[in-house]
Design a protein. Structure first.
Length: 277
């Protein structure tokens, strides 16, 4: 049984609105990489090259009702012994991932109020509190602030100076809708930080359909520097060139965007779609 084509479900590209997609990879039910009870596939928009999952499994079609923080979620990690050995050395030399993100963000926004979207267990907020007044959001009850998803929470306009989205935007149902909501939450000149797996990096080129970055059934959108930059520009941000992490050998993509205009009212339909997901 093949996955349904996006066109059959009247799906439009969240970036450009076109409906022409090419299938990149598909996984049938029972495939090693597919934990869902339905066949799934990733597709690429012919117009703007955005990569997305379709169909997106419902919580009931995933292990443990879709809960991310569970041992039932299938997660295959290559060479874990090497990663465990390298991490302490990397942290000693360069600092933790959280400290690096905060340090680089302070080049744009030295202080103020920071919203950590998808705060998880709170490691980034713990680092951020050295310089910012921090607030966290996470949809999981395991999260330190289980207040829900950013698309579902009412946030006053211009409430924050910085928004962190570490390993979040690959899970959403509408990047346009979520980034429009982030735009609403930020003051003019404020910064959003987005950290995601990098599609078409060396790991994807080597492993193809077995790339861990797909997190098969859980990651709904995958980004290159170009497509993520287009989402930011569409929703009122200017892509900052320094800091930026988008090198040819990187498997992780990190972009900073500075809010340069309000987009209130421009993406109401996209925001509503992200809430319904």
């Amino acid at each position: 049984m093949q996955p349904r084509h996006p066109h059959d479900d009247n799906v439009k590209c969240d970036l450009c609105g076109e409906q022409q997609f090419d299938m990149l990879h598909a996984w049938e039910v029972g495939n090693f990489w597919n934990p869902a009870s339905i066949p799934i596939a990733v597709w690429q928009c012919r117009s703007c090259e955005v990569v997305m999952l379709h169909p997106v499994p419902t919580a009931e079609q995933l292990p443990a009702a879709g809960e991310w923080w569970t041992s039932e979620r299938k997660f295959y990690r290559r060479r874990p012994w090497l990663k465990r050995m390298w991490k302490p050395t990397r942290v000693a030399i360069f600092g933790s991932k959280e400290s690096r993100l905060i340090r680089k963000t302070r080049r744009l926004v030295p202080e103020g109020r920071l919203l950590d979207v998808g705060c998880g267990l709170g490691e980034l907020m713990q680092e951020g509190r050295k310089h910012y007044d921090c607030v966290g959001l996470d949809p999981s009850p395991v999260g330190v602030h289980a207040l829900g998803m950013v698309a579902h929470v009412d946030i006053p306009k211009g409430e924050f100076d910085a928004v962190m989205m570490d390993s979040v935007l690959e899970h959403v149902h509408s990047p346009t809708g979520v980034l429009a909501k982030v735009n609403h939450a930020l003051r003019i000149g404020g910064a959003v930080v987005i950290n995601v797996p990098k599609f078409n990096g060396p790991a994807y080129r080597r492993h193809g359909a077995g790339w861990n970055g797909f997190r098969h059934g859980y990651h709904t959108f995958l980004y290159t520097g170009q497509t993520l930059g287009k989402f930011l520009e569409k929703t009122g941000f200017e892509v900052v060139q320094n800091p930026k992490r988008d090198r040819i050998l990187d498997d992780i993509l990190t972009l900073w965007g500075r809010k340069v205009r309000d987009v209130a009212g421009e993406f109401d339909t996209a925001i509503a779609g992200s809430k319904a997901a």
